[in-house]
Design a protein around this ligand. Structure first.
Ligand code: ADP
Ligand code: MN
Length: 516
């Protein structure tokens, strides 16, 4: 079955597909009260977290296949890579434990003691294995952004005559990589081979090299108390561990690489595993959305979530990291609602903290193109338009949602139809700004299709009325928006007076369903 089949089959599958029924991660915990909303929004806290975050950045490579390093062909080492990284972390921990023992031995009962702190490999923040771990990333130097690839030698071989070594000679290459580890920074402990014939695959070597470099820079940074973190791609170690567990449990087969690095998330492609013990089916191809946990993005987004009554009670009780997880949770819930209404969208596989696994829209690792990137025939363009009009109505009426970031950037063209993605910011229409968000969505959609030559495309005001079922008559944008805001205010007043929202804005019947 292909990914389309999996996603499309779902609406018939009742409340949820079989593979959703059992959650190997257990129920999400909602404990821990660590700060108030005021704290969360405070500049002081922001600064502290920023500082903490800078000290905690410890980025690593997940999608090493993308790296500007040597590559080998047909070597499937994706799980080796994870393992090697885990082992390296273990090794670092042991190394530090040994340091501590030596420190203790030297210091004994003496009043004056020396510290090996600066020689440690695993820095204090990383060794904290509590539930509330690092999520914060430096926002100025984005560790998720892929580095510009450096050039690799074109000819792909070295040596002469019969001593020629091509980059594809796995065994020789492996030994070379092992030898090259010695070139890492002197304080980077690579261990010795104890006479063993060690062969490292290119991918593992690259990952370790990356690790060595980042550790080197990280240590330098800590010691010099530099302000800036290095620009690295990939995710923090805790996220890596989550991904590793997903592969290790058999839920995912392999994580092949990164599809997208956006401001707010990184998306990876993975092949679904066949966790045979669970009575659930994982889609053959999955997309893994890792929510980036930058303070800045979070601050920009609070207006979406803090007024969403579904999350209201919890907002004030959560620490900032948990609010990031809430974005992922919101996307999961919204996707599920859409799935139940039969709207083409990714199907949720599992949510773990700030990592959401869903079905992949696309095929053979190639994601479906965004609407903005695809050239459609005028016939398909018209078809797409009517489909979107329909989906917006369904979203509003059946899912009780407004997308709130709808545009040609968040619609994929796959299998001859439009798929909606990116719904973590979606809100209910009665959200204090819900109608404004809807109007913005309508404007994007109208403009896109009017420019795209769909003569039938309604203008943004007509589209707004068609989706919401409201009958705002203003014939210009300014007045129209004023009426929208008046309606929102009316709803807010109703909340003040009655302690609850209007169930819906519409009193003049259902909106007409537009069909071709
Ligand atoms: P962001 O908040 O970063 O825009 P999105 O959810 O829009 O996050 O994902 C970013 C990009 O990743 C999308 O534009 C799309 O190309 C790709 N993507 C996301 N989810 C999927 C999916 N389920 N299948 C295929 N591609 C996806
Ligand atoms: Mn997007």
């Amino acid at each position: 079955m292909d990914s389309v089949g999996v996603a499309a089959a779902a609406p018939d599958a009742g409340p949820g597909p079989a593979w959703q029924s059992k959650c190997p991660w257990g129920a999400p915990s909602t404990t821990s009260i660590s700060c108030s909303l005021a704290d969360v929004m405070s500049e002081q806290l922001a600064k502290e977290l920023q500082l903490e975050e800078e000290n905690a950045v410890f980025p690593e490579v997940v999608a090493a296949a993308e790296g500007p390093f040597i590559t080998g062909e047909n070597i499937d080492t994706s799980s080796d890579l994870m393992l090697a990284q885990m082992l390296q972390m273990e090794f670092d921990r042991e190394y530090d434990a040994q340091l501590r023992r030596e420190e203790k031995k030297i210091n004994g009962d003496s009043k004056v003691s020396i510290s090996f702190e600066n020689y440690r490999k695993v820095h204090p923040y990383d060794s904290d294995s509590s539930e509330d771990e690092v999520d914060w990333q430096d926002t100025r130097h984005d560790p998720y952004r892929a580095d510009k690839p450096t050039t690799t030698p074109r000819r792909g071989f070295i040596g002469k005559g019969k001593d020629i070594t091509t980059k594809h000679d796995e065994v020789v290459c492996g030994r070379k990589n092992t030898a090259r580890m010695e070139n890492f920074a002197p304080e980077f402990q690579v261990g010795d081979g104890i006479g063993m014939d060690l062969k490292l695959s290119n991918q593992v070597f690259n990952a370790l090299k990356q690790h060595a470099y980042s550790e080197e820079r990280r240590s330098a940074r800590l010691h010099e108390k530099k302000e800036h973190s290095t620009a690295e791609k990939a995710v923090d170690p805790k996220t890596r561990l989550l991904l590793y567990k997903m592969v290790n449990s058999g839920m995912l087969e392999t994580i092949t690489g990164c599809i997208s690095t956006g401001k707010e998330s990184v998306v990876f492609h993975a092949y679904g595993g066949n966790s045979a013990t669970e009575d659930k089916v994982i889609p053959p191809e999955c997309a893994i959305k890792v929510f980036k946990t930058t303070l800045n993005e979070f601050k920009n987004r609070d207006k979406y979530i803090k007024d969403d009554y579904r999350f209201k009670d919890r907002f004030s009780k959560l620490n900032p990291r948990k609010i990031i997880r809430m974005w992922a949770e919101k996307e999961m819930h919204n996707l599920t609602r859409m799935q139940n209404a039969g709207i083409p969208c990714p199907q949720v596989v599992i949510l773990k903290k700030h990592v959401l696994v869903m079905s992949f829209i696309g095929q053979d690792q190639i994601p479906a193109p965004k609407l903005k990137d695809v050239t459609l025939s005028s016939e398909d363009m018209k078809k797409a338009y009517y489909q979107i009009l329909n989906m917006m109505q369904q979203l509003y009426r059946e899912c009780n949602l407004v997308h709130a970031d709808l545009s040609e950037y968040n619609m994929l063209w796959h299998d001859g139809k439009v798929w909606l993605i990116d719904v973590s910011q979606s809100v209910e229409p009665t959200h204090p700004h819900g109608l404004e968000f809807l109007f913005r969505d309508c404007r994007n959609v109208s403009q896109f299709f009017q420019k795209g030559g769909v003569a039938e495309a309604l203008n943004e005001r007509e589209l707004f009325n068609a989706v919401s079922g409201l009958n705002i008559t203003a014939d210009n944008e300014v007045d129209f928006q004023a009426e929208i805001e008046a309606l929102e205010k009316m709803n807010e007043d109703h909340v003040q007076n009655h302690g609850k929202k209007l169930s819906t804005f519409s009193s003049d019947g259902d909106p007409p369903i537009y069909d071709e």
